[in-house]
Design a binder for this molecule. Structure first.
Ligand SMILES: N[C@H](CCC[C@H](N)C(=O)O)C(=O)O
Length: 269
């Protein structure tokens, strides 16, 4: 069975997008997702995105990390899907329903409301998620926010000085995080500018993480460190994050279609 795909990215965080809204695809499992995401033997991407019909929204977006794990949110992919869809839409995800609005060379996404309760992150036991009494090798007193997926956020003097390639997986897989976690290290450059690097759960170091930018901005706002709209600079570029009086997070930034292709399903199944 030949299957079409669209290769896309948001600030270098890249995706293989399969559109199963008009044509049903065979069942996708962790093994197939991992095989397609593999950069050596597959098509290669940080996340595999599958669009499907939905009973509760305009359509459904399923998100599989590079390691095959299915997760609840992907900010950069939400903008890519907005560009692909071409008009405003409500999109069902495992982490909640979001609203995407395509704009010139990207999109704005209403990512919904952040969750701060320890058991909504989730954490293995109760604590103050605005200033957690934990630390790892010089990274301490983080915050935690769920924006459809779990994030832990550390403020540091210099994001580039943090050995995220070793500390990231250590924290990602710590027993404190029963569903693992995305690890954010951020520097507050000003009241309207944050610099951010992310070790992503199930994908490792990526060029950008949209939900990481949302979680980090909201945590910094919660601590009173920045205004309610900030520019977040990731290795791949900038996103604008707002946290409205309605408690909803808005993320605005670029999205890019790289190329279109097709593959034979039996090569990966
Ligand atoms: N690694 C994330 C999913 C992708 C998030 C990131 N690519 C984004 O743009 O939000 C997780 O396991 O929750």
């Amino acid at each position: 069975m030949r299957v079409d795909f669209t290769k896309m990215h948001g600030l270098g965080n890249d995706f293989v997008v399969l559109d199963a809204r008009a044509r049903e695809l065979p069942a996708i499992d962790q093994d197939i997702a991992r095989a397609l995401a593999d950069r050596r033997t597959g098509i290669g991407c940080d996340q595999l995105i599958v669009l499907e019909p939905s009973d509760t929204a305009d359509f459904r977006m399923r998100i599989f990390n590079h390691d095959g794990g299915e997760v609840g949110a992907c900010g950069n992919a939400s903008r890519a899907v907005a560009l692909l869809h071409g008009s405003p839409a409500d999109v069902e995800t495992a982490g909640g329903t979001i609203r995407v609005e395509p704009a010139n060379d990207g999109a704005s996404v209403d990512m919904g409301e952040p969750r701060f309760d320890w058991d909504a992150i989730p954490l293995a036991y109760g604590m103050d998620t605005a200033a957690m009494p934990v630390g790892w090798d010089g990274l301490d007193q983080p915050g935690a926010v769920n924006v459809g997926n779990p994030h832990v956020i550390f403020f540091v003097p210099d994001t580039d000085a943090v050995p995220l390639e070793t500390l990231g997986p250590e924290i990602e897989n710590d027993a404190l995080f029963p569903e693992r976690v995305n690890v954010n290290v951020a520097t507050i450059e000003s009241r309207t500018h944050i610099r951010l690097r992310v070790w992503e759960r199930g994908a490792g170091l990526t060029r950008a993480c949209g939900t990481g930018a949302c979680a980090t901005a909201v945590h910094a706002m919660r601590r009173g460190l920045v205004e309610r709209e900030v520019r977040v600079t990731l290795p791949g570029g900038d996103l604008t994050i707002g946290w409205g009086e309605d408690n909803r997070i808005t993320m605005t930034g670029p999205a890019t279609e790289s190329y279109r292709g097709s593959f034979d399903w039996s090569d990966f199944a």
